[in-house]
Design a protein around this ligand. Sequence first.
Ligand code: SAM
Length: 348
Amino acid sequence: MSKTTKEQSATEKDKLSQSEQHYFTSYDHFGIHEEMLQDTVRTLSYRNAIVQNKDMFKDKIVLDVGCGTGILSMFAAKNGAKHVIGVDMSSIIEMAQKIVDINGFSDKITLLRGKLEDIVLPYQKVDIIVSEWMGYFLLYESMLDTVLYARDRYLAPGGLIFPDKCSIHLAGLEDSEYKHQKLDYWQDVYGFDYTPFIPLVMKEPIVDTVESSLINTTRTKIIDFDLNTVTLEDLKFNVPFKLQAKRQDTINGLIAWFDNVFPAPKGQKPIEFSTGPYAAYTHWKQTVFYLEDDLECEKGDILEGTLFCAPNGKNNRDLDVKIKYDFKAGGVDGKERSVKNENTYLMH
Ligand SMILES: C[S@@+](CC[C@H](N)C(=O)[O-])C[C@H]1O[C@@H](n2cnc3c(N)ncnc32)[C@H](O)[C@@H]1O
């Protein structure tokens, strides 16, 4: 089997846009792969899903979209795949080749360097696609586009995608201390007024772990994606949400997370994992959208609205998010506490 080298890349990196070069360079270093490998919720979910489906992997041709260090390719090869093609644009694939070789999978795994969209696979069709493409807030990085391209171009009819179901969830939270610390800092920077930074800070969602005790509303699923059928157009969406306050408190942000489900043999519980605040830590943490308003809520008050999400026009790996909200407070002072607003964000 030929070795994967820099010279063999199907894509000339210099010809990619600056942002694409930057994106793939971010995966060159081993550190980011170390973090992903050490995320046991993530990595063991993939392994367990493949082991659970050993019968489906037996003698199958598998495509690993964005193989990184080759971990998913090796899980597939070890669990019966006839042959695995791993594709990656980043130079990490050179390490993957060494790892595949020293672990004795050289005959079972072929690694190809380049953008999947530029590579011609040695098989017309594959039986299974495995890919770990999820970004912060699920869709950041827009790598799902590549998986959908691979599905439409290479997946045989009836083929499987691991994972194949994802959903995004939302809840309200109180995090006044952190929110105001982040904003108030700009009020007085060494005696100077730096407040023009505040709108910029507000526009950036925060990726961090959130204590579930800070969540003060019901939670809701805002969207489901079935990877077997979802289209690129579906990745731009505007969805309604409705949350109910669970206690007297302040709602000053919305927290979002995503869940993933793998295919399972008939009658068996599928392997799934959540990146939410009620589940074990993952490197995706959660995403917090601070609201311009601090909404004084009483139990039962309703926060409803819409969440719009679309790839950014200038860099489609970034995400534009717009949250419109209508907070309907009850009680004698309900009218004064009710607020309508619209906040925009850029994840980049
Ligand atoms: C999140 S990492 C996952 C790595 C590995 N599969 C794992 O689970 O540890 C995604 C990988 O996909 C690669 N990638 C993203 N888009 C790609 C594309 N269009 N073509 C080839 N590789 C791509 C990146 O370079 C990166 O190494």
